[in-house]
Design a protein around this ligand. Sequence first.
Ligand code: ATP
Length: 236
Amino acid sequence: QVRPLEGELEFRNVSFNYPRSEKPILDNISFKVSQGEKLAIMGATGSGKSTLLNLIPRIFEASSGEILVSGMEVREWPLKDLRDSIGLVPQQSILFTGSILENLSWGAPSVTTSDTEVHIDELEEAAKKAQIHESIDSFPQKYATRVGQKGVNLSGGQKQRLSIARALVRKPSILILDDSTSALDVKTETALWDALEGENATMLVVTQKIQTAKGADKILLLDEGIVVGYGTHQDL
Ligand code: ATP
């Protein structure tokens, strides 16, 4: 199994500007998440949450400061190893026209379409953890069901869970959920967090829900690119 990096993550005085932005979008951000810990990130819209997450797999490069994964600066890691170790579920689920199986195995280093018999188990396991297996199983064509044009219409919550399952298939050391549970009801979300407990992945979770943040080891509060709170739910 591809898992080159362990999940410890540290931001040291990280700042970031988009090319034409006047003031920093992220200003001197520092925090640390130990292997297996869960960090909730909260803040108003536009406070910089998505931007911060995108710096980790180097979709954008920090303007200054250091981002360490497993104790080494992200710029030092081979990009492939870094990205193979990170499962980033974006705010808008990206599904393409094709089967659920293809959507789930997309980008997974260990899943090959020629060998789906063997790996369907892994896809199912990920789908179960992401609380989407039952929905898939209820479709007449199950994992062969097509999504997108002429396919089934998935609900917002089903799309989110499918995107989470896709990230889990790759067994990431760091799982990043950018507001990926906003459309889930409380019961489903609770079941999801329970299932993810066993993953031993470090998790960064952007959320608007205080209940979700309470379940994290620590909370990072952002306001206009500045950390205005950092600690356990009780500290804050
Ligand atoms: P939301 O909760 O609405 O997703 P957020 O906290 O994730 O917001 P970001 O998406 O990180 O916030 O945006 C932070 C700031 O950066 C905003 O002012 C936004 O307008 C700006 N921004 C985002 N993407 C770009 C870009 N590609 N170029 C320039 N500015 C951008």
